[in-house]
Unconditional design. Structure first.
Length: 232
């Protein structure tokens, strides 16, 4: 007789290449592999316990995401967080964040707005006492939530740019409580516009939010020792 016991669905199988890419990606985000460091294939292969072929494919994925630069005969290198690279990344973010906010406002739900408010509350709790690492993560969570609310798969496909600017380049762009507080206020205004269903207003606020960081970075272009940084 067939068993009446319910079977637990099998967990989806993650392709090896994607799994390798995910591990390396997370290590870049957490600075285990810092900006500018070389990722030698022979070392990675031994460290991760994988062969060279899937490793090369994984590095190609990360290269397409802009996280590494693969050079023939030299291996792969984590992107360097120089100011020009950071500005280029933020120029893309201004467009992506603005579009995501507009779409989120057009498709706003109570549960989605609630998640935005929760992310902002978590951010506010990191200001005093100042906890920059926790702030950075909560900042990423807010912006990723806006992308999720956009409901557009092509916009969601650009989500790596958020973690790249806020986490990979964090050592270059120093975050302070003042810039974080300013950003939180702007996040609240974006959330208000999304909740009100004001697409153009949400897009304008989101773009201005990123443009403010771009302006700060440009103002500090000549100061290599201290750069006002990413609170966005």
């Amino acid at each position: 007789m067939p068993s009446s016991r319910k079977r637990t669905p099998a967990a989806p199988v993650i392709p090896l290449v994607d799994e390798i890419a995910s591990v390396i990606r997370e290590r870049i985000y957490t600075h285990r592999y810092p900006t500018g460091s070389w990722l030698r294939q022979e070392h990675l292969s031994a460290e991760l316990g994988v062969s060279r072929t899937p490793l090369r494919e994984a590095l190609r994925i990360l290269e397409q995401e802009g996280l590494v630069q693969v050079k023939a005969g030299q291996g792969a290198r984590v992107v360097t967080g120089d100011l020009d690279t950071l500005l280029d990344a933020y120029q893309l973010r201004a467009v992506v964040d603005g579009l995501a906010a507009r779409l989120a406002a057009e498709r706003a739900t109570r549960s989605g707005v609630r998640l935005l408010r929760q992310a902002i509350q978590i951010q506010q709790a990191t200001i005093e006492p100042w906890e920059p690492r926790q702030y950075t993560q909560s900042n990423v969570d807010f912006h990723e939530q806006v992308l999720n609310l956009s409901g557009n798969d092509f916009v969601l496909g650009q989500s790596s740019i958020i973690r790249m600017t806020a986490q990979v380049f964090a050592p270059v762009a120093l975050v302070s409580p003042d810039t974080a507080s300013r950003a939180i206020g702007e996040h609240s205004a974006i959330a208000d516009a999304i909740e009100a269903g004001d697409g153009p207003g949400a897009e304008h606020l989101a773009r201005d939010h990123i443009e403010a960081t771009i302006a700060q970075l440009r103002a500090n272009r000549g100061d290599d020792s201290r750069r006002t940084g990413d609170a966005s």
